[in-house]
Each structure stands twice: as structure tokens, then as C-alpha cells.
Design a protein around this ligand. Structure first.
Ligand code: PLP
Length: 368
């Protein structure tokens, strides 16, 4: 790793993910503008969607009311880095021992299963906050609505435990036409009524499209990073700014005769003489191997097609439209005018996955 860092310092980087904290702050401020009366639980699970949890959390601690992570270890990592903000662990805990670990690191779990209450009754001795999650139709995590009264009364009876809110999660909010979202919200509100606890339902998609579902806390994830949470709507049209810019460089150029094959499997052949460039990024860096023939990267201001199969450490570009390129030039895989959602569309996946799977070989560099 230190070799990579010193190579970067010398200007010899081969790939990098620039992390734009101004864009991040713009997106956080936009959450507040969209949901002015709600508290914000910024979701920084999975290394802040691949952006670097410590850098992301450190940059926005003052602007949000809590962080959410998926695992206890992710929470501990933030605590170890000196983050004092509330940290909610969305999918903890699944045994009694973890109760004291949560407490030691002042992590707030989410109760989503009745058995967890047994462990709290047995183990919770020091003051501990908790959320309670309700399954409103996604059938991933959460108590059944008809279990809630029983669950809440048991948790309220544990002296050390303080319930800080009731939450649920939406399955189809990315499709603004889907009636399931309204149905889930209805189940949620009915389950919560009678309790005086803060409520939380909205992910990024509902923050942007369903102001009737903001309640007391919103939980933005992808929109913080400038990805679009809504089908058919670009991040740009939603006023979101991309936080990550994934870059590589051209390390080889050649003229390719018509009919020549490129890459493993010789899957692609040129139909004319073209200029071919090799960029130093591949699936070993987390770039997807399965992409359709329309997938492009930016060389300067020009969109260029990726041709042939993506290798572990490189991929090939048709540079016919690019004049004056030379070895060392920067290639932008996403960020700026190439949205991660566009690449994801060509890769049969979602922007979330592409961002998360950038590997540790790619250094993250914070820029302002
Ligand atoms: C990941 C997650 C979120 C954030 O979802 P986005 O679509 O990225 O905004 C919110 N709540 C829960 C429970 C999650 O798991």
C-alpha cells in the first residue's frame, strides 16, 4: 500500500477515486432542503458506499443527526476514528454477547426480531438506546406489525433500554409509480399509531419523491453520494452531484487494422482501422466485467467505447474519435459527465453496486 501512496505522491498513479467533499456537502444540504423538518441519519454502510467511511463521516458529522452502518465492525471503525455522533447499526445483533459490544462502543442497534429482546433482557445492564424495526412488506428485517405492542412493552420494561424510534424500510420506492410504497407507509403508520416514538421510513428515493413519508427521521444513502435512487431519473436532473470520480490512465496506444481482435476470447473485432487505447483499470479494481457494447468512458471531453472483454488490470478503448491522445492521459470511468448510473445500466446492475465494489487497489483521494 505504501508503494501505491508514494507512487501517487510522485504523480504516477494508475487509478484513483477522487472523493469530492464539496459535492457530498451539497447533497447533504439538499437532503435538508427536501426534508426540512426531519432529522437526518446518513447511511455510511459498506465503507460509505465505497467512498471511504471515515472520510465521509468525518466531513459531514456536523451536518447530520446520526450515522447508520450495517455491521458492528463498521460502527467500531467509526468510533475508533473519533466519530462521536450517534451510530445506528442497522443489522446488528444476533447473539447475547454482541449486546455488551454495542454498549461498549455506544452503538445503537435496531431490534428487528423478537429473539433479540431475550438477549437484551438478559444482558443489557448499562444504559442503551435502540430503534425498533417493523416489517411492512419487504420481508427482509423487522417485527410483524402485530408483534409490535408485545415487543415494545417488553423492551420498555428493561430498565437500561431506551427506545429512540420506530422504523421500516421501503422495497420499491425507486419506482415512483409503484403502489406498494403507499401500502407500506399505511401499514407503518397504523403499526406506529398509539406509540409516541419518532418514526423513520424514507430512504433516498422517498426523500426525493414522497414528502408525505419523511416523518421524524430520514435515512439517505445513495443520494448523499450523488447516485440517482429513482428509475428513469438521472442524478443530474435530481440536482445531485457525483461524489466519486473514478479515473485511470492510458498506458498504451496502437493502430489496429480492420478485422483485428481485441482482448481475451477475441470477442470483439474492429470493422475498420482504429486507434486503440489501453486504460490501466479492470475488474481487479472493481470495474464490471459484464458490460454491453454501448459502454463508454471519457477521455478528456470525449466519450469513447470500451471494446473487447475487460481484463483484470486493463480495458481497451476505441479512440477513433479522440485526437491528440497520448500515453498518460486521464480516462474517467465515472464521475463528472459520465454518471455511475449510466455505466450501471450498461452493466446490468445499479450504481450502488458499482460504487461499493471498487477494490482496495484503487486509492481514494479526498478533494475539495
Ligand atoms: C441502505 C439503507 C438505507 C439507504 O438507502 P438508499 O436507497 O441508499 O437511500 C436506508 N435504510 C436502510 C434500512 C438501509 O438498509
Amino acid at each position: 500500500m505504501s508503494a501505491i501512496v508514494s507512487a501517487i505522491n510522485l504523480g504516477h498513479w494508475r487509478t484513483r477515486a477522487l472523493i469530492d467533499l464539496d459535492a457530498l456537502r451539497h447533497n447533504v444540504d439538499y437532503v435538508h432542503r427536501k426534508a426540512p423538518n426531519a432529522k437526518v441519519m446518513a447511511v455510511v454502510k459498506s465503507n460509505a458506499y465505497g467512498h471511504g467511511a471515515l472520510e465521509i463521516a468525518g466531513a459531514i458529522t456536523e451536518r447530520v443527526d446520526a450515522f447508520a452502518v450495517a455491521t458492528i465492525d463498521e460502527g467500531i471503525e467509526l468510533r475508533a476514528a473519533g466519530i462521536n455522533q450517534t451510530i445506528v447499526v442497522l443489522s446488528a445483533f444476533w447473539n447475547a454477547e454482541q449486546v455488551s459490544v454495542l454498549n461498549t462502543f455506544k452503538l445503537t442497534p435496531v431490534i428487528h426480531h423478537l429473539e433479540q429482546i431475550n438477549w437484551l433482557e438478559k444482558e443489557a445492564k448499562r444504559p442503551q438506546s435502540t430503534w425498533i424495526k417493523i416489517n411492512t412488506g419487504m420481508n427482509r428485517l423487522g417485527l410483524q406489525p402485530d408483534e409490535l405492542v408485545f415487543a415494545v412493552s417488553r423492551v420498555e420494561a428493561i430498565p437500561a433500554i431506551k427506545i429512540v424510534g420506530l422504523m421500516s424500510h421501503l422495497a420499491n420506492a425507486d419506482d415512483v409509480e409503484d403502489p406498494m410504497t403507499t401500502g407500506q407507509s399505511k401499514v407503518f403508520q397504523e403499526a406506529c399509531c398509539g406509540f409516541n416514538y419518532p418514526r423513520s421510513l424514507a430512504n433516498s428515493a422517498a426523500i426525493l419523491s414522497r414528502s408525505d413519508m419523511h416523518f421524524d427521521w430520514v435515512r439517505p444513502g445513495i443520494m448523499l453520494y450523488g447516485g440517482s435512487p429513482l428509475l428513469e431519473q438521472s442524478a443530474q436532473s435530481l440536482n445531485l452531484q457525483p461524489v466519486m470520480r473514478l479515473e485511470s490512465r492510458l498506458i498504451s496506444l496502437r493502430m489496429l487494422e480492420s478485422g483485428s481482435a481485441v482482448g481475451y476470447g477475441a470477442l470483439w473485432r474492429s470493422h475498420k482501422t482504429i486507434r486503440l487505447g489501453i486504460a490501466a483499470i479492470g475488474y481487479g479494481d472493481g470495474y464490471p466485467i459484464v458490460i454491453d457494447p454501448e459502454t463508454c468512458a471519457m477521455v478528456g471531453e470525449q466519450r469513447c467505447r470500451i471494446v473487447g472483454r475487460v481484463s483484470m488490470d486493463s480495458l481497451a478503448l476505441d479512440l477513433s474519435e479522440c485526437k491528440d491522445t497520448k500515453v498518460g492521459d486521464v480516462v474517467t470511468l465515472w464521475g463528472g459527465r459520465m454518471s455511475v448510473d449510466e455505466v450501471a445500466g450498461h452493466a446490468g446492475t445499479i450504481g450502488y453496486e458499482l460504487l461499493c465494489r471498487i477494490t482496495s487497489r484503487v486509492p481514494r483521494l479526498v478533494v475539495h
